[in-house]
Ligand binder design. Structure first.
Ligand code: NDP
Length: 444
């Protein structure tokens, strides 16, 4: 058996009940085969892949809090500090009932390579809880966040581990978490990113993942002799990433026609109206049925279905494994020629392969959604400098980072004889920097 096969078997045996984590490791290691084979003896001697697939630290904790009826509730809290070879752990916190150890480990593992691809000095980590923020009052959200941070503060810090938002964690939650950290430690430091603008947040952080996704998509199309302007785009999700992907798609001359949430989806033939979407989701925190009421030409459907709409470009921006083989076949049959992931691992392995075999330009999330964490790292820089950059400065840096990420993964794919395979390119480019740093730092 090759070293890669050994490790895949090992990860499976050691983590038998973690399908998402096994899926993420498989996707990365499969595409790293040519790189690993080139250096197999050294990597094997140093157990580099064993170390890479084992978190440096896994923190699991109880999160007790009191609901509005006076009832004590208990959730599971997680922080996986996966790899700090190239910088302090960095990665979001997810609050969603589907959160478990497998999900957080898959996200933390992916984060290692994503953060490396940004070219910035940040290691990989991820955290969260199975707490469901839906239907909770502000006071309940605060009670949960304060309890979560009362345990988490022991393990994070501006130079050790800097969490951010993810599904279910936006500005409100970051504010409550930050307040509690400051209260316990007495430190006013950049321990979290995605902060409000009045207390150390960065302009353009809110928009960064969605905007970055479109900057990279535009560059990918340009380098393949196509352009984004004038194209029809389907988007899934209606949260932070989807909202600002839709906004930037319009700005770059494309027409986004769908969005979705966990109960249904919208097709708007006139193009999704960003202001209405923000009003429904960011302000009123309501269902998408409210969008349909405000836009009579649009149609609301229950369940899943955005991938059935005819389009040129598809941008999955909701959650993992939301685009399967059947969806991929439908998209290709309808003429879709480019897919860029806004969410983390939204496309199943089979669907990814189908896109690649069908000649669809396919960019994996660890590259195309890296704008969020990259701008978080820019927030860390501003906090360290005690300065705030303008929106235009941050946005310009974000665009440069996204364009560079695309060129780096394109070059890595070419160097290893896999031109156009951006999954392999992203994994290789992300891996090489981390592996070199790990080897330089000895057996730790
Ligand atoms: P939000 O919580 O703001 O939005 C998530 C959206 O996806 C919501 O519309 C939500 O619907 C929908 N959704 C969530 N879970 C499911 C599910 N199981 N089935 C169907 N729909 C679902 O999260 P973000 O926009 O921040 O994150 C979206 C994705 O992007 C995630 O994969 C995240 O990891 C990734 N990402 C986010 C970054 C960021 O900066 N925010 C950075 C990089 C990646 P509903 O409201 O009904 O639950």
């Amino acid at each position: 058996m090759s070293y890669v096969d050994d490790i895949l078997a090992r990860v499976k045996t050691q983590n038998p009940n973690e399908p998402e984590f096994n899926q993420a490791v498989y996707e990365v290691l499969e595409s790293l085969r040519p790189v690993i084979e080139k250096n197999e003896d050294a990597y094997k001697r140093d157990a580099l892949l064993e170390r890479l697939t084992t978190p440096e630290r896994s923190i699991l904790f109880r999160v007790p809090w009191v609901d509005d009826k006076g009832q004590v509730q208990v959730n599971n809290g997680y922080r996986i500090q996966f790899n700090s070879a190239i910088g302090p752990y960095k990665g979001g916190l997810r609050l969603h009932p589907t959160v478990n150890l497998s999900v957080i480990k898959f996200l933390g593992f992916e984060q290692i390579f994503k953060n490396s691809l940004t070219g910035l000095p940040i290691g990989g980590g991820k955290g969260g809880s199975d707490f469901d923020p839906k239907g909770k009052s502000d006071r309940e959200i605060m009670a949960f966040c304060q309890s979560f941070m009362t345990e988490l503060y022991k393990y994070v810090g501006a130079d050790t581990d800097v969490p951010a938002g993810d599904i279910g964690v936006g500005g409100r939650e970051i504010g409550y978490l930050y307040g509690q950290y400051k209260r316990i430690t007495g430190l006013y430091e950049g321990v979290l990113t995605g902060k409000g603008l009045t207390y150390g947040g960065s302009l353009a952080r809110t928009q960064a993942t969605g905007y970055g996704l479109l900057y990279l998509t535009e560059e990918m199309l340009k380098c393949n002799g196509k352009e984004l302007a004038g194209k029809t785009v389907v988007v899934s999700g209606a949260g932070n990433v989807a909202t600002y992907a839709i906004e930037k798609a319009w700005q770059l001359g494309a027409k986004p026609v769908t969005c979705s949430d966990s109960t249904g989806w919208i097709y708007d033939p006139d193009g999704i109206d960003g202001a209405t979407l923000k009003e429904v989701k960011e302000v009123r925190r309501a269902r998408l049925t409210e969008y349909a009421k405000a836009r009579p030409n649009s149609v609301y459907h229950e369940g899943k279905g955005v991938w059935t709409i005819k389009c040129d470009v598809a941008l999955p921006c909701a959650t993992q494994n939301e685009l399967n083989l059947e969806d991929a076949k439908t998209l290709v049959a309808n003429g879709c020629f480019a897919v860029a992931e806004g969410a983390n691992m939204p496309t199943t392995l089979e669907a990814t392969k189908y896109f690649q075999d069908s000649g669809v330009l396919f960019c994996p999330g660890k590259a195309s959604n890296a704008g969020g964490v990259a701008t978080s790292a820019l927030e860390m820089s501003q906090n360290s400098e005690r300065l705030s950059w303008t929106f235009e400065e941050v946005d310009a840096k974000l665009k440069t980072i996204m364009v560079n990420i695309f060129h780096n993964l394109d070059a890595a794919a070419k160097e290893y004889g896999m031109e156009g395979n951006y999954v392999a390119g992203a994994n290789i480019a992300g891996f090489l920097k981390v592996a070199t740093a790990m080897q330089a730092q000895g057996i730790v």
